[in-house]
Ligand binder design. Sequence first.
Ligand code: ADP
Ligand code: MG
Length: 361
Amino acid sequence: MAKITLKGLRHSYKANPSKPTDYALQQLDVEWEDGGAYALLGPSGCGKTTLLNIISGLLTPSHGQILFDADDVTKLAPDQRHIAQVFQFPVVYDTMTVYDNLAFPLRNRGVAEAEVDKRVREIAEMIDLTSTLDNRASGLTADGKQKISLGRGLVRTDVNVIMFDEPLTVIDPHLKWQLRSKLKELHQRVRTTMIYVTHDQTEALTFADKVVVMNAGQVVQIGTPVELFERPEHTFVGHFIGSPGMNVLPCEVKGGKAFYDGIEVDSWNAASCKDGNGVEIGVRPEFVSFSETDAGVPVEIAKVSDAGRFQIVDTRRGDQSIKLLVPEGVAIPEKHANLAFKTDHTQVYRDGWLVRGGHSS
Ligand code: ADP
Ligand code: MG
């Protein structure tokens, strides 16, 4: 097992890339600690599969290096990298039995039959395939086939990392939940580095200790679920993660103060932000409340939806929607209200990126 470092990685599928959008991956520098449970989260087309294929060696990057500990493996073939990859759609040998499918990666590497048998039965038990071990794989449902694929990813013990590419896409919701918990459990037991790719925030946040969020060929933040929630480094993270996502309001900064629609809004970082345009205020619905005084941002109430322990209140100021979460049982004004933003969770962004003290723009 090893720490995996991606250094200055870029990849284009085009022969002569010139502009940034010609690159499926733009400048990536990421370290995956040995033994971590990672999720790679981002919308369809952002470059997740491209990144996995580069780590596993199915694809050679246009620029940059992949290191396993201190060894440069950029030029190594996939089978020399000791990586297990589970693809989005099942890869199964239909003519073989379930048992032989699971045994395949081990036999292929000359593992002794006694050890093969032990591992196959262990993994089959874990993913509920024991009763079907003697059946031909061709007779299985899509769920069953994907479980075999998962099993084949999990059966080896000699891998640096196990990578799952949206492995539960074809699995029904109930089983999805079950398999996800099993993967998490397994990670806690074996502590092999795992990278779990998904576009679903719930899957990412429940599986991972650390989430790598990607958008448009870039990593926009690497953090724990709590960090992504509390301090989104990019407005994309703010609205992609959370439900509903972070409110993002256009604003103006003058003399270290942020103004939304001419109203001063306190934030923890506006003092570090230079005057100018391209600035936005971000505040999650969890940190917006009805003001008890006349201060705050005047809005109209547009819609109230019940979300269990909370009510989601959608308010409007002109065309701008601002959402807030209100605990159940708390009264909601009929028409007009003033909104208060919690200062230590209200932050300004420039060109999408969180403004930081010191070096920020
Ligand atoms: P994701 O897995 O996040 O959905 P991909 O890595 O599959 O994203 O794709 C990233 C970008 O690269 C997309 O714009 C996609 O159209 C493009 N792409 C992916 N595979 C190929 C390919 N084999 N040839 C050309 N373009 C590709
Ligand atoms: Mg993909």
